[in-house]
Design a protein around this ligand. Structure first.
Ligand code: CO
Length: 173
């Protein structure tokens, strides 16, 4: 089924697509390319550094990233697979475009490797011990219906309880 990319926008927690299983992208057709470019636009506008397809209401295994905001640094990851996480972990403050105003320090492996397809259908592998490693893990979590709130410490759960409740209350409006 074709997705009209004009209508795509960021969905906020607790939108049900954020908790839905995602499907592998079997062919990178024009519509997938359009969706990826629209996701990059939406991410840049937000602004954000990573955006997964479930966050625009699409249960697809794809995310986009950009750590500088410059178009030349746009990154698209289709059917990503993470491997070789480092044994050491680090905490880093994360936000999420589906959780406006909510930030928390999340513990994750420092470095990791990703293998994915680009928009031309070519497989590529990258490793990072930096911000990209963080983005890859946060966004791949989205593809597995895991949200950063699932990784909050007890303290962060308490600190953000009211903001989360506000998002939940606003959702049904
Ligand atoms: Co997110």
């Amino acid at each position: 089924m074709l997705t009209n990319t004009d209508n795509l926008s960021i969905v906020l927690y607790p939108h049900p697509t954020l908790r839905k299983p995602t499907i592998l992208i079997e062919s990178i057709d024009d519509n997938i390319v359009q969706i990826a470019h629209k996701m990059l636009d939406i991410m840049r506008q937000a602004p954000g550094i990573g955006l997964a397809a479930p966050q625009v209401g699409l249960p697809l295994r794809m995310f986009v990233a950009n750590t500088t905001g410059e178009i030349k640094d746009d990154l698209v990851y289709i059917n990503p697979v993470l491997t070789n996480p480092t044994t050491d972990s680090v905490t880093f403050e994360e936000g999420c475009l589906s959780f406006p105003g909510i930030y928390a320090h999340i513990m994750r492996p420092t470095g990791i490797t990703i293998t994915a397809l680009d928009l031309n259908g070519n497989e590529f592998t990258q490793s990072s011990n930096d911000i990209l490693a963080r983005i890859w893990q946060h966004e791949t979590d989205h593809l597995n219906a895991t949200l950063f709130i699932d990784r909050f410490t007890q303290t962060d759960k308490l600190a953000n309880r009211r903001l989360l409740k506000t998002l939940e209350d606003n959702y049904s409006l």
